[in-house]
Design a protein around this ligand. Structure first.
Ligand code: CTP
Ligand code: CA
Length: 227
């Protein structure tokens, strides 16, 4: 298999990857989540390992199968748990890749007991979750930061805005309205941006292939910067 003969482009690099969707509890038996499978993050973790990196995979709710071999697995189901898991390790990480689909909101309060139905309508009050990537961008030091963006319109404009706002070194933008890209699929389509604009246009390919392409771009960007 061609992936097995991967060059050790990331030898000695400590890479942290987030994957999957988060789960935000409402009560002991109910929660808010999203369609993220974790497949992209798992593929990146496996490929980074094959390229010689020391890999930590921080995973939320996933349906991507078994964890890649040789990778340290940390479970972090809620946005808050994921925030804690990532920030705790940031200083010991060379490359952070935030492929997780983090919930933007969570229930403002978590009921300690199973909620009973009351009236005809129910209004849930939600509050913002911490933005993990934005915090990482603010505190990154020498760490190389890669964000993801899932969009259904204005891909370039929204991607460049996220890259700047979150102080990312690279941003992987997926147009999830296209067939063959996005949540749960085995393939992906991506545009990779840096602060100067579009760096690479990746046509539809399998997630493991895309993971290799992305990691090669990261490795060559680091090498060009002399790191
Ligand atoms: N992200 C994060 N913490 C959050 C929300 C998002 O770390 N609370 C990260 C995601 O992991 C991803 C990037 O930010 O790497 C972009 O996520 P996305 O949902 O596309 O962007 P948002 O900033 O949440 O903007 P919006 O959903 O409004 O488009
Ligand atoms: Ca979001």
């Amino acid at each position: 298999e061609r992936f097995m003969s991967e060059e050790p482009l990331l030898a000695g690099r400590r890479v942290l990857i987030t994957a999957g969707g988060t789960i935000e509890r409402l009560d002991p038996v109910r929660y808010i989540t999203n369609d993220s499978s974790g497949k992209m993050g798992f593929a990146i973790a496996a490929a980074a390992r094959r390229m010689g990196a020391e890999v930590v995979l921080v995973a939320g709710n996933t349906s991507a199968g078994s964890f890649p071999e040789g990778v340290q697995h940390v479970q972090a189901l809620s946005a808050q748990e994921m925030y804690d898991a990532v920030l705790r390790r940031l200083a010991d990480t060379d490359i952070v890749i935030m492929a997780a689909a983090v919930s933007d909101y969570r229930p403002k309060s978590v009921a300690p007991q199973k909620m009973k139905k009351t009236g005809e309508n129910l209004i849930l009050e939600l509050e913002r979750t911490p933005d993990i990537l934005q915090t990482v961008g603010q505190r990154k030091g020498k760490t190389f930061v890669v964000g993801f963006a899932a969009e259904t319109e204005h891909l370039e404009e929204y991607a460049m805005d996220k890259l700047q706002r979150k102080n990312c070194d690279l941003l992987v933008a997926n147009d999830v309205s296209q067939e063959g890209a996005g949540f749960g699929t085995d393939t992906n389509i991506a545009q990779i941006y840096n602060k100067d604009g579009l760096l690479e246009n990746l046509p539809m390919m399998t997630k493991p292939e895309m993971a290799c392409r992305l990691l090669r771009i990261i490795a060559s960007t680091l090498e060009a910067a002399g790191d």
